[in-house]
Ligand binder design. Structure first.
Ligand SMILES: C[S@@+](CC[C@H](N)C(=O)[O-])C[C@H]1O[C@@H](n2cnc3c(N)ncnc32)[C@H](O)[C@@H]1O
Length: 191
């Protein structure tokens, strides 16, 4: 695995998205995301690292005002084209999850399916402070992340609780085999 270098910059992700399929192309809507929409009943949602945007499209179809960010302009362009004729579509934005000053409004929920594990430790801290700024108090941030991150950080519930500690409470962590890899779902509640 060490020899297979995962993409980490926006240029590297652009190249992946120029291909017909990406290695992370599981387009099924996770039950955890469905429950976030059903249980929390958010009016607004923010997705970090949305890629081709299928998960935020699902949120928009539920009547939620969905905003989705990714730093790959190729992914965002493809995401926009895919929903061009949809009645309910997300707002897709090219942006870096470590600096989202382009966004100023507060969101009811946020989620990240496969982006957090791309970050190094310095970027993780900036990400935490940005979603803290962008979420309403009590709002849930849902993450799905690999245990063995491509950025070489071992992501465990203990690690996540510590990184988010000052501004979020780790309400729940659940082991997952999504995409057949050892990973976790994390539910973090903004303090
Ligand atoms: C493994 S892909 C998952 C994409 C999508 N969530 C999915 O499951 O299909 C990770 C995504 O995070 C994005 N990403 C990684 N680091 C980012 C950053 N610092 N800012 C914004 N997006 C980032 C990548 O461009 C890529 O689209």
């Amino acid at each position: 695995m060490k020899n297979l270098k995962a993409p980490s910059t926006s240029e590297e992700f652009d190249k992946s998205y120029q291909a017909l399929i990406t290695p992370w192309g599981d387009v099924r809507i996770p039950q955890e995301l469905k429950e976030l929409a059903e249980t929390n009943k958010p009016k607004t949602s923010l997705e970090l690292g949305c890629g081709l945007g299928r998960f935020s499209s699902f949120m928009a179809e539920q009547g939620i005002q969905a905003t989705a960010v990714d730093f790959s302009p190729v992914a965002i362009e493809k995401a926009k084209q895919r929903v061009a004729n949809y009645d309910h579509k997300p707002t897709f934005i090219v942006g870096d999850v470590t600096n989202l000053e382009i966004l100023t409004e507060k969101f009811d929920v946020s989620f990240d399916i496969g982006c957090f594990h791309c970050l190094n430790e310095e970027s993780e801290k900036k990400y935490v402070s940005e979603i803290y700024r962008l979420l309403n108090p009590g709002a849930t941030h849902l993450i799905w992340a690999l245990n063995a991150s491509p950025s070489d950080i071992r992501l465990t519930p203990e690690y996540i609780a510590k990184i988010f500690d000052n501004s979020f409470q780790l309400a729940k962590a659940k082991f997952s085999r999504r995409r057949l890899v050892s990973s976790h779902w994390y539910w973090l509640v903004r303090k």
